[in-house]
Ligand binder design. Structure first.
Ligand code: PEP
Ligand code: MN
Length: 346
């Protein structure tokens, strides 16, 4: 931690800081410039965080040098991690294609969407049984009946299931069906939910809050990690900006930034970012070339009657085209798509 003193700081202001830091067992190194004094703090950063240094007389600026998150940081774990979801790797070396319906509506619709996903080469099935809808009048999901449908479709297709949990009380129930728990953008700073999924013993996909900075997103991941679960995949899904042409603004730079700061895999959701079918392919391409470890795609057998997010859902041939594009780009990026036969064999 570095404290830059204000230009009018007095010797007693400086001494007060040195004494306070030393009283916590830390060391304070005072450097005197022509017009400013800088104090470098060495010691227990968590203890320094509890001190109200910014409020002390004569303090201009306080800068933390080390990051606030620990377990998810690359300072803690320099190599990038691979997270296994039902035998499917997500992380460096591979590009993972996850596809499925936004919402589980019926057994037939879910099976058809899963077959579309599988035929295109996807290795994980997405689908929401609990839907966090902006309007209370919109379809809220089938709940446990939807989880049973997902489990049946996993049985029929062999695709492990990623599904969202929106309430801390439902975590154990959802975890009993899911291969991976999803925390959505609207719950990305629901700390009780993050702690509960951290304790559930299943991999977690943590979407970025639509208003969250990258640091806030990583702090949210730290809540999960702190409960003993480091099987976390970060998902950039677009943020709120002034732009109205797209549903959200895909923050493509979040991919390399988050990968540099954290060892966790980072995937992209181009469906919820753009909110438009015609943008899913170009945004997926951009994601892979930016280094994303995978993409998660909404598909639907009949988008025109989808109960949730039909405008962004791909149909079978769109998904095939997308899968071919990302396979080519994965090779270009020295990565490969995990093959279904490995999954089914393993
Ligand atoms: C979803 O993936 O179905 C979803 C609701 O996404 P988000 O939380 O990113 O809006
Ligand atoms: Mn959706």
């Amino acid at each position: 931690m570095v404290i830059v003193m204000a230009a009018d700081a007095t010797p007693s202001d400086i001494q007060a800081i040195v004494s306070l830091v030393e009283s916590t067992g830390g060391e304070a190194f005072v450097s005197r410039g022509v017009s400013r004094v800088i104090i470098g703090l060495v010691g227990d950063i968590d203890r320094f965080d509890t001190l109200n240094l910014r409020g002390m007389r004569g303090v201009g600026n306080v800068t933390r040098i080390s990051v606030k998150y620990k377990l998810v940081s690359r300072e803690h774990h320099p190599d990038r991690s691979v997270v296994q979801v039902g035998g499917v790797p997500i992380g460096p070396g591979t590009v993972t294609l996850i596809a499925g319906p936004c919402a589980v509506e019926t057994p037939q619709q879910t099976l058809q969407a899963a077959e579309m996903a599988k035929a295109a080469g996807a290795t994980l099935l997405r689908g929401g049984a609990y839907k966090p809808r902006t309007s209370p009048y919109a379809f809220q999901g089938l709940g446990e009946a939807g989880l049973r449908i997902l489990a049946d479709v996993r049985e029929q297709t062999g695709l492990p299931v990623v599904t969202e949990v929106v309430d801390a009380h439902d975590v154990d129930l959802v975890a009993s069906y899911a291969d991976m728990l999803q925390v959505g953008t609207r719950n990305a700073q629901n700390f009780a939910l993050l702690q509960a999924v951290g304790a559930a013993g299943k991999p977690v996909m943590l979407k970025r809050g639509m208003n969250a900075t990258i640091e806030e997103w990583l702090m949210a991941a730290e809540y999960i990690a702190q409960r003993g679960n480091l099987d976390i995949v970060l998902c950039e899904r677009g943020i709120r900006t002034f732009e109205t042409a797209t549903r959200n603004t895909l923050d493509i730079s979040a991919v390399p930034v988050a990968q540099r700061l954290s060892h966790l895999p980072v995937i992209v959701d181009p469906s919820h970012s753009g909110g438009r079918r015609d943008l899913v392919l170009p945004l997926s391409r951009a994601a892979i070339v930016a280094g994303a470890d995978g993409v998660i795609i909404d598909v639907h057998p009949q988008p025109e009657i989808a109960l949730c997010d039909g405008p962004q859902a791909l149909v079978a041939e769109d998904l095939q085209e997308l899968a071919h594009a990302i396979e080519r780009l994965a090779r270009f990026m020295d990565r490969r798509l995990p093959a279904q036969r490995e999954l089914l064999a393993g």
